[in-house]
Design a protein around this ligand. Structure first.
Ligand SMILES: Cc1cc2nc3c(=O)[nH]c(=O)nc-3n(C[C@H](O)[C@H](O)[C@H](O)COP(=O)(O)O)c2cc1C
Length: 176
C-alpha cells in the first residue's frame, strides 16, 4: 500500500505537514511518501522551451504510483495555497492523468475559526477536472492550529482525532 501526502504549505514547521504525518499514522500500514511541491511557477514559455520540469514529472509519477493520496492545505485568504494550485496546474500538463480514479482525501489546518472550510470548497472545485475518487467526509478542518497541534505534532483535541481516524478509514476503504 502506497500513501502519498501533499502539503499545501512549504513551511518546515507547517501545521498541515504535522497533520499529514498524523494522518499517515492513522492510515495504517503503508509506504508513505511526502510530495515536494516546491516547483517553478507554471509558465507556458518555459514548458514550450524545456518541457515538463523533472520535479513535476516526479510528482506526477508519485501520484500515479500511489494507492491513496492525502492533501492538507492551509487557507490563504479564503482559498487553498498558491503553491498547491501551481502544482495542480503543472501536473495537469503531463501526459495522461495520474489523478484518474485515485482515492483522495482533503483536510485543512488553518489559524482561523473556520479551519479552512472555504479553502476546502475551493480545492474540491479545483480538483473536479481530474476525476479523482474523492472521499466526501468526514471533514477534517482543524481551526486555531497553534492551540490544537502540540510540539510533538499530535492533535490535542479528541474531536479532531476522531474525525481524522474516520477520514483515514474511509480513504483506506476506497482503496480496498
Ligand atoms: C497569506 C496568508 C493568508 C491567510 N489567510 C487565512 C485565511 O483566510 N483563513 C485562515 O483560517 N487562516 C489564514 N491564514 C493563517 C494560516 O491558516 C496559518 O498561518 C496556517 O498555520 C498556515 O498553515 P501551515 O502552518 O501549514 O503553514 C493566512 C496566512 C497567510 C500567510
Amino acid at each position: 500500500m502506497k500513501l502519498l501526502t501533499i502539503s499545501g504549505s512549504l513551511r518546515k514547521g507547517s501545521f498541515n505537514r504535522k497533520l499529514l504525518a498524523e494522518a499517515a499514522r492513522h492510515f495504517g500500514e503503508a509506504d508513505v511518501t511526502e510530495a515536494d511541491i516546491r516547483l517553478p511557477l507554471y509558465d507556458g514559455d518555459m514548458e514550450e522551451a524545456e518541457g515538463i520540469p523533472p520535479a513535476v514529472q516526479k510528482l506526477a509519477d508519485q501520484i500515479a504510483a500511489a494507492d491513496a493520496i492525502v492533501i492538507s492545505s492551509p487557507e490563504y485568504n479564503q482559498a487553498p495555497s498558491g503553491v498547491l494550485k501551481n502544482a495542480l496546474d503543472w501536473v495537469s500538463r503531463v501526459d495522461g492523468n495520474p489523478w484518474a480514479a485515485k482515492p483522495v482525501a482533503l483536510m485543512h489546518a488553518a489559524a482561523g475559526r473556520t479551519g479552512g472550510a472555504r479553502a476546502n470548497y475551493a480545492l474540491r472545485l479545483m480538483m473536479a477536472p481530474f476525476g479523482t475518487e474523492m472521499v466526501q467526509g468526514p471533514e477534517v478542518l482543524v481551526a486555531g492550529t497553534f492551540k490544537e497541534i502540540d510540539d510533538t505534532g499530535w492533535l490535542t483535541n479528541e474531536h479532531y482525532t476522531k474525525g481524522l481516524v474516520a477520514l483515514m478509514a474511509a480513504l483506506r476503504a476506497k482503496v480496498d
